[in-house]
Ligand binder design. Sequence first.
Ligand SMILES: [Zn+2]
Length: 475
Amino acid sequence: MAFHGSTRPTVCGNLFPASELGHKYFCVNTTAGTTSTGLGATPNPTGPNAPAGTPRHPASLGGSAGGGAAIPQPHSNPASEVPSPAEMEPDRPIGYGAFGVVWSVTDPRDGRKVALKKMPNVFQNLVSCKRVFRELRMLCFFKHDNVLSALDILQPPQIDCFEEIYVITELMQSDLHKVIVSPQPLTTDHIKVFLYQILRGLKYLHSAGILHRDIKPGNLLVNSNCLLKICDFGLARVEEPDPSRHMTQEVVTQYYRAPEVLMGCQHYTSSIDVWSVGCIFAELLGRRILFQAQSPIQQLDLITDLLGTPPLSAMTSACEGARAHILRGPHKPPSLSVLYMLSDGATHEAVHLLCRMLVFDPAKRISGSDALSHPYLDEGRLRYHTCMCKCCYSVPSGRVYTRDFEPPADRPFSHNYEQSMHSVWQGKELIHRFITEHQQGKRVPLCINPQSAAFKTFIRSTAWHSSKVSRKEER
Ligand SMILES: [Zn+2]
């Protein structure tokens, strides 16, 4: 599709006023007056990138009565090459990923609200070590507006005391699950711009050779201006080019799980993510989960109720039991016309794209990249690049559009480093070195004030959650 500089689409409407959701997810630092410590920033003016007159959030200045937050003081650091870390403390929990808890925090260096994720149980065993390092490296690798990435990593202690990893990411106001179940109106324009951004982010991930493996509405963060970012890479992995290598089936939240995974196939591709997006597309239209089953078998039954009994050729990779289950049952005709009843927004164009994503045979399912070329997404693309993106800009004569609306990754994500990880201690050294090198030459490093009341609550909640998180390791 072509954009022209003179194109003037309608103004982008906000999905919800920021104030309506903000208080739930944003810390307003109401505890600043009662918390005795924390939120102190002590940037070293001689540090490599210490900005002059760093703006701070008012609360971080400790100006409120009783606030013990340290007023930033220029202090002389004898080891002038090493900047003093700035302390930060968590404010309140904002969500839970597959692995780890996310809190809202204020960056004491600039007063910006950001999200702090604690990656728990890192050094429990080699498997968890590899998983967390993979997620950490991915977060640092990503450079795409529709994929959440790491803004910073908290300074690790000396390696002997190194047990936890804390990552800072952009703070988003809500997620698509909360939006779908809310009473907020969801127009066709909203759906188009959301779907466009999901596929835009997914194209980037897949072009880097990464399978997300847990695409669901709760892992699609959104802002009040409808900007969307894919998050939570706790289950993500690099694609496996060798079809004889087995991959785990312990992936994807059941409602969004592709039929080939439900049928126990040992090897799958990025098309499992496209299936999940198809389910989400239908959920956006109908505002209810498309395939809401109680068990994986019932999940498969609901899928065949809609798509009909698949031909044998679509089940070549399925395990014997799953294939027998399908063949044992009555022959079902497809009933795709019910998709038109999802909502008024389920136009012929919408249902056409939906039916290209919800294809039983993964080899015949549309790719994320090809889905972006579907005419249904033209308006979403126009809207996104007219007033939401960072890749295009306006001049008095009109809009100057980027050359590539949906850029791929500039290189594949490499996981070769995993081959040199043979023990937990070795993993610890590698991760410690990675974080230290990642921070070099960047801003004043951040650390947590472990004495603060908020941090103690944070630790308690993460410990509680960590005990509930238990998943088999993926391959
Ligand atoms: Zn753009």
